[in-house]
Design a protein around this ligand. Sequence first.
Ligand code: FES
Ligand SMILES: [Fe+2]
Length: 371
Amino acid sequence: MPDLDPPQRQATDALMLTGFWYRALPADRVHRNQLHKATLPEIPLVIGRDRVGQPFALRDSCPHRGMPLNCGRFDGENLECGYHGWQFDVHNGQCQLIPSLTSDQNLKVDRIYAGSYPCEDQDGFIWVYIHDPGAPGAGFAPPTDAPDPAPQVEKFTSKYKLAYLQADMPVSIDHGIIGLMDPAHGPFVHQAWWWRTQHSIHEKKKNFEPIPNGFRMAAHTPSSNSAPYKLLRLYADADSITTTIDFVLPNIRTETIRAGKYWFSSLTTVTPITRSHCRIDVVAAWNLFRWVPFVPDVLKFVFAKFVEQDRRTMELQAEGLKHNPHLMLIDDADRPAKWYFQLKAAHLEAKRTGSEMKHPMQGPVTLRWRS
Ligand code: FES
Ligand SMILES: [Fe+2]
């Protein structure tokens, strides 16, 4: 009899974590001297690039009376609110001018700030650091820096290709994430003649280990039942192909495949937009088949197909979730999902108490499932 846990109510809790970097927009969509809207954990943002191309992110709300700043005028340096013309430096949000002030009114304009967020261009995406709520930023406090730089796709050679894919998911961040790490849906959702069929389902055994803020599926030789891996082994003329998959809070899945001198690496994020809506962004880098024409297109096609299958599944799942059903997580196939919820809880607890985070995994664990 498998271990059946009581319904996991937490699976419907769309609590979104702050104090992390999130991907906001693909970098190639944000042009100089232009303004774009974005939403990250329910915070309205206006994102743009100044006249030299440096990205910025401000809260899309004027600190005066809340007018969305994206409707304002932008000269490549300062953003002017469309209501009363207050002007703000786009990089730190500092107010530069209040046109209604008379020469004898000495309101200290430079002490007023529009909410401003650290912003970085990284691997084809504009990343924004979302502070904890209540942190300095809006009103009268200057912006604060992010504690670390934005995450990067791991690369192993100086020459490589890079591509990205996006998919909107009409589910909470939690369902987006546990769907991403779920090992049991493959044979049912990702069927294709060139990948695998339902009949190829077989027992798997994988080793997992704790890493800071997350867990790792230790380097292993990937499923021998998939054609692309067979092809890769042949092409790379490598005795072994190893895959390492990590998950780290709040939303990052990295996968690294190495075969001799060739590598493929991806950094996937599930970004919380609202409580009931998230977005998957996959960025992949590779040095495989770099000079062979069409291969990047084929790779992109394969990836796009996978992501679309996941998106479609979650769209259907969202229908079922509307009625707030009881849910369950089973061992071992749903154990990664359980770790995710435990990591999240441990992270929040550590934050609440100011103590060090207690990792939910004691040490390495072997999980078994059929897929
Ligand atoms: S609301 Fe922006 S200047 Fe008044
Ligand atoms: Fe999937």
